[in-house]
Design a protein around this ligand. Structure first.
Ligand SMILES: Cc1cc2nc3c(=O)[nH]c(=O)nc-3n(C[C@H](O)[C@H](O)[C@H](O)COP(=O)(O)OP(=O)(O)OC[C@H]3O[C@@H](n4cnc5c(N)ncnc54)[C@H](O)[C@@H]3O)c2cc1C
Length: 411
């Protein structure tokens, strides 16, 4: 690329947010010269590895008020944004470009091909058709505001060069270097920390149970309470209830250096009292009196192998031989078992970082900086993150689309 070229719109970051913004902008205003610069050798790298290679594009939740409930950070700002572009619009957007989506039982939406390349190729083809120039292997190094917009310093093919652009969109994801550029421009960055991870829990009650799942548990960690399925892994715990807990508790766990007590109610909606009542009736039931507690579970929702380990403190005793104190201890173990988080593991299907550009400094109708006219943000560069299930891509589509509208306006 030759030096000192002038552009109407430069988009830094060839991820989903950057592509969506660029395409919207170029389709609305074909006169504009639009450039995407991407530091990696290919665009849309995360799309290609997302959702285990299937790309969980969005979530079939079409009510903005309900949808924002899936965002530990960004819910207030996204509420209005989702009234303008929401999962239904994402679905239509892709279908209009020949990419069909399907909805799974848990409302996650994937390309009907089950192949993330379908999404990446759909975006690349739409960008090409809209006349957008894409420059890979090119990193933004510095930004300077001037009277005509922004002067950018970039490095591509081992060379430093400059570009001038009227408008600049930063869609660089969680890239730490860009965050320091944003700070240098006067914006605040909320400290980035990981979200969506599994818990390392070393505990003999879980030993040898990797693969066992419980459909409905309640987890309590500090001030955070989450509910859903849990999966025992080789290293501890995973599954929806754990991932939700890691997302809502991302900052708390970071501050605690990923070491924290964790209370597990393996019986979901049961309380200590309701569980104790069932344990009492189990003991009083004559047919049960001579049956071993370990092999005769009182609750069908707990798999037998887990039941055996949770009742390990009772030994070989029969139901009829349990004391009141033992029944209470068992009710406690089942509804408020004490475990300890000793670290975080990787959830391979999805991973995001919370933190980023402070949301109060951005106008969510246009995604324009409130501090620097002509500067825009979209996607994970912002202090927004969602639970697993397609919510993170949805915020990239929505904020990208809104930015694209504003970028298309003539300057
Ligand atoms: C393994 C994995 C699986 C995931 N699966 C899902 C899923 O199934 N569903 C879901 O909703 N979310 C998923 N996510 C989260 C989702 O990928 C992100 O939320 C989303 O990609 C954010 O989009 P973005 O465009 O803001 O940022 P990114 O996708 O991170 O794109 C930013 C781009 O900017 C480029 N860049 C950074 N700095 C510079 C620079 N200085 N100059 C030039 N270019 C730069 C980067 O190379 C990158 O290509 C997953 C994440 C991971 C890691």
């Amino acid at each position: 690329m030759s030096a000192n070229l002038n552009w109407d719109v430069v988009i830094t970051g060839g991820g989903p947010a950057g592509f969506f913004a660029a395409i919207r902008c170029a389709e609305l205003n074909p006169q504009l010269k639009v450039l995407i610069v991407e530091k990696a050798s290919q665009t849309l790298g995360k799309v290609l590895i997302s959702g285990g290679g299937r790309c969980n594009v969005t979530h079939a939740c079409f009510e903005p008020a309900e949808l924002v409930g899936f965002y530990p950070r960004g819910a207030n700002e996204l509420r209005g944004a989702f009234t303008r572009f929401q999962p239904k619009d994402t679905l239509k957007w892709f279908e209009a470009r020949g990419v069909k989506l399907k909805t799974e039982a848990d409302r996650r939406m994937f390309p009907s091909t089950d192949d993330a390349r379908t999404i990446a190729n759909g975006l690349r083809e739409a960008a090409q058709a809209a006349g957008i120039k894409v420059q890979t292997g090119t990193a933004l190094l510095a930004v300077e505001k001037n009277k005509n917009g922004f002067r950018l310093e970039l490095r591509g093919a081992g060379k430093l060069f400059n570009l001038q652009t009227k408008k600049l969109l930063l869609a660089t994801g969680s890239d730490a270097k860009t965050q320091s550029l944003v700070q240098a421009l006067g914006h605040s960055i909320v400290q980035p920390v990981p979200s969506l991870f599994t818990f390392n829990v070393k505990d003999k009650r879980l030993d040898g149970l990797a693969g066992v799942s419980v459909e409905n548990v309640i987890l309590k960690m500090d001030t955070i309470t989450t509910q859903g399925a849990a999966l025992i892994t080789h290293w501890g715990l995973s599954g929806p209830a754990v991932l939700k807990c890691s997302a809502w508790g991302a900052r708390i766990l970071f501050d605690k250096k990923y070491a924290s007590p964790l209370t597990v109610n393996w019986l979901g909606d049961h309380t200590f009292d309701s569980a104790l009542a069932i344990l009492h009736s189990n003991k009083d039931w004559k047919e049960n009196a001579r049956k071993k507690v370990a092999t005769q579970p009182a609750f069908s929702q707990i798999p037998l192998r887990l039941w055996k380990q949770l009742t390990g403190f009772i030994g070989e005793k029969n139901w009829g031989d349990l004391s009141k104190a033992e029944l209470r201890k068992l009710a406690q173990e089942l509804t408020a078992g004490e475990f300890r988080i000793q670290g975080k593991g990787i959830f391979k299907e999805e991973f995001v970082v919370c933190g980023g550009v402070k949301l109060s400094e951005v106008d969510f109708k246009t995604m324009q900086s409130k501090l620097i006219p002509g500067l825009f943000f979209a996607g994970e560069v912002l202090d927004i993150d969602g639970l697993t299930g397609g919510f993170n891509f949805q915020s990239a589509w929505t904020t990208g689309w809104l930015a694209g509208n504003a970028l298309a306006e003539n300057v």
